[in-house]
Design a protein around this ligand. Structure first.
Ligand code: ADP
Ligand code: MG
Length: 705
């Protein structure tokens, strides 16, 4: 945060501060706080106007004759009893009583069954909620609560705005607040701003040091918001700047093979596919072709819901390369998906001169060596594979396009590492990334800000609807009885479980559950297993038997999440559905309803957390992948999505999406103007240094800025 050597407070280790004991230093370290600078960046998560807590007797008086009141009050009391009350279907109630020296209050939590596990008698709790009266007893419904920390000595000033800091069980917010207060003045004096004054004035934002002062020591909510807005802007701005610098670098200094696209190529491909393209497919193919006929390396995301027909679009891009005597690579996240793509592509290209190869990690070393040589000599035109493709010994003769399927599994930056023999450091292949989990608009401007986006917004004709039902574990029998009856009509199904093999947990495993279905609900049917730990050859054999109709039900882990395309499979059961992410459930479900019959998806679960409950509600309510992606973002927050975590991109601390979308747009437009004017950021060395520190590694800005 500081850059001049005679300023020392910000660099001081918190362990050197007078009131910080060894234990406190460790507790702070757990919160990623090592230096005073880290401490100053540790911002309040909220502010409390402290009126202090009241006794139960006072609460009685405050409520008076009313049956309920809307203002919120705080009561500190000790839990006397707590138990799960009733549970009807997915609705539940947890009931508790709490006491202080002056009386008793009843507390109810609706649809939060986990509360019963978190609280127990004798715990001292601070309840924050609205009061009501039910048959002469004082009560609170769904209060917010926190355990009272006995060590915390509150110095309450009536009406004061008290910052509440993220804390942990070893150090309280109050202690953190005091620590910050003790160094704040000196620290603020040392903070330099990386934005020029003119820009700050244009943005109507405070100086950085003032922003921190307003956040830690606000006199009003609007003060606090003004401070946080500036800090949130900086977070968004730095990432936008990184993305823009990278985009500029790619477009200005790198180049890709210029390919050909005309009606003749179009017709040749059309003659090979057994259907005509949808309008949406035609449109995205044109968008892609438009990029690939230029020398600026394409960096495009193709998004389209499960089953929208992305593979055929990818094939067009690959054949553009092959027509110009260059090579194409297609990378898939799993071996099963790579096998599936290879199968589809070879079927479509049967009888042509195009050479296609499958490269996965299960290929024996000797065969791999031969294949890599062929790839290097240009004897193979299209290579389909998994991550194994990414290893450095695979060097193409002349690679023109890399297609990455289902990129949210890869993380953002493992793309386009493929090189060819040209030896030209500024040459890279065009890149097309395909995903069935559309990127919500808000996110498409952040870590994906460097991507151009094409969207397939309509399904091929004749897609069958999928009905999704949520079923409690005790009703599983009905589900499997239905499955058995579909099997008797000649249809097939999937059962998805979270584990491969039996463990100590109560979760069902593929091998164990398959066995119990064979001897139980699905007696007489052929039930087989596929999972990621099987040998590729064995898995491919099982898939082939399923495709041929020799297997009725496949019990699988999420290996079947993507790409598996078997029209006769009409029903899917997902066991422990609460264990899966929203996008994952949507992908899984997309395996059915692919033929001429409608699909059914049964989610078996009794969700024990609020998040899980929301996920399952969302998946039952809609089959629209775009809506699901937006809901996923709301429930999980952007950091968790799309491999942002694996990619190492620092999550936002203050900025929150989609809430701060407008601020993001502002940050983006300022960053874009800046990079157009000053692509190497020479105007503000401090800004450049901070950008490199924040995102240099994760965005690979080393040779760029
Ligand atoms: P995804 O977008 O999920 O990868 P696929 O490319 O696997 O979808 O396509 C799903 C199915 O739809 C495949 O069986 C494919 O052959 C078929 N398909 C794709 N495009 C069309 C079309 N225009 N008309 C009819 N069927 C199509
Ligand atoms: Mg696909």
């Amino acid at each position: 945060m500081q850059d001049t050597s005679e300023k020392n407070m910000l660099r001081t280790l918190v362990s050197k501060l007078p009131t910080v004991t060894v234990e406190r230093a460790e507790a702070l370290q757990n919160l990623q706080i090592r230096t005073v600078a880290d401490l100053i960046k540790h911002l309040p998560m909220r502010y409390e106007t402290h009126h202090g807590s009241m006794t139960i007797e006072t609460a009685q008086t405050v409520l008076g004759d009313r049956n309920r009141m809307t203002e919120l009050v705080t009561i500190e009391a000790t839990i006397a009893t707590i138990q799960p009350g009733w549970r009807r279907g997915r609705k539940s109630r947890v009931e508790a009583t709490a006491e202080d020296e002056t009386g008793v209050i009843h507390i109810n939590w609706f649809n939060q069954p986990w509360v019963a596990k978190s609280l127990h008698p004798d715990m001292r709790i601070r309840f924050h909620g609205s009061l009501s009266r039910h048959e002469d007893t004082l009560q609170m419904n769904n209060p917010r609560w926190e355990e009272v920390d006995e060590r915390e000595e509150l110095e309450i000033i009536e009406g004061d705005l008290r910052p509440v800091y993220p804390a942990n069980e070893r150090i309280t917010s109050t202690v953190i607040a005091r620590l910050i207060e003790s160094v704040l003045d000196q620290a603020l004096y040392e903070i330099d701003d990386h934005l020029p004054e003119s820009l700050r004035i244009e943005l109507v934002m405070p100086e950085l040091s003032r922003a921190y002062a307003l956040s830690h020591r606000p006199t009003s909510e609007s003060d606090a918001n003004e401070g946080k807005r500036r800090i949130a802007f900086d977070e968004l701005f730095l990432l936008q700047l990184g993305v823009m610098v990278k985009r500029h670098h790619r477009r200005e200094t790198m180049h890709a093979p210029q390919l050909r696209w005309d009606d003749e190529i179009k017709k040749r491909i059309a003659a090979r596919i057994p259907f005509s393209l949808t309008e949406a497919q035609e449109r995205v193919i044109e968008e892609i072709a438009n990029d690939m006929t230029g020398t600026i390396p394409m960096n495009r995301l193709l998004q389209g819901d499960v089953g929208s027909g992305k593979t055929i679009v990818a094939l067009h891009a690959m054949l553009m390369a092959v027509t110009c005597n260059a090579q194409a690579a297609m990378m898939a996240p799993t071996e099963l998906l790579a096998e599936q793509h290879y199968f589809t592509i070879t079927q479509l290209l049967k009888g042509t001169k195009v050479n296609t190869a499958l490269l996965t990690s299960s290929l024996p070393a000797s065969e791999r060596k031969v294949l890599i040589e062929k790839i290097g000599n240009g004897l193979v035109d299209i290579v389909v594979g998994t991550h194994a493709l990414l290893t450095t010994d695979v060097i193409f003769s002349s690679i023109a396009i890399v297609i990455t399927d289902e990129q949210h599994r890869f993380g953002v930056q493992q793309r386009a590492l493929l090189r060819d023999k040209s030896g030209d450091e500024s040459a890279i292949p065009h890149s097309l990334v395909m995903t069935a989990t559309p990127i919500p608009r808000t996110l498409s401007l952040t870590i994906f800000g460097d991507l151009d986006v094409s969207t397939i917004n309509a399904m091929p004709p004749g897609r069958m609807p999928i009905t999704t039902k949520l079923v409690l574990p005790e009703d599983a029998e009905k589900v499997y009885t239905h499955m058995q009856s579909l099997i008797e009509q000649g249809q097939q199904g999937y059962v998805v479980v979270p584990l491969v093999e039996e463990t100590d947990s109560e979760l069902k495993s593929a091998t164990g559950h398959a066995e119990s279905l064979r001897t139980g609900y699905l007696q007489g049917s052929t039930v087989e297993v596929v999972h990621g730990r099987m040998k590729a050859s064995q898995r491919e054999e099982t898939m082939q038997r399923f495709r041929d109709g020799d297997i009725d039900v496949l019990v699988a882990t999420t290996v079947i999440e993507v790409g598996v395309d078997i029209p006769n499979a009409t029903m899917m059961v997902i066991e422990h559905a609460d264990r899966f992410g929203l996008a994952q459930l949507h992908q899984l479900r997309g395996r059915v309803g692919r033929g001429t019959l409608p699909g059914v998806c049964a989610l078996i679960s009794s969700p024990m957390t609020e998040d899980a409950s929301q996920r399952l509600d969302a998946i039952v309510e809609t089959t629209d992948g775009f809506l699901i992606a937006e809901r996923d973002l709301e429930i999980r927050g952007p950091g968790e999505l799309f491999g942002a975590k694996q990619s190492g991109i620092a999550p936002f601390v203050v900025a929150r999406l989609p809430r701060d979308f407008e601020l993001l747009r502002l940050a983006r437009s300022i960053a874009s103007k800046w990079v157009d004017r000053d692509p190497t950021l020479t105007e503000s060395p401090l800004l450049k240094a901070r950008l490199l520190r924040a995102h240099g590694k994760s965005l690979g800005l080393g040779d760029v800025a």
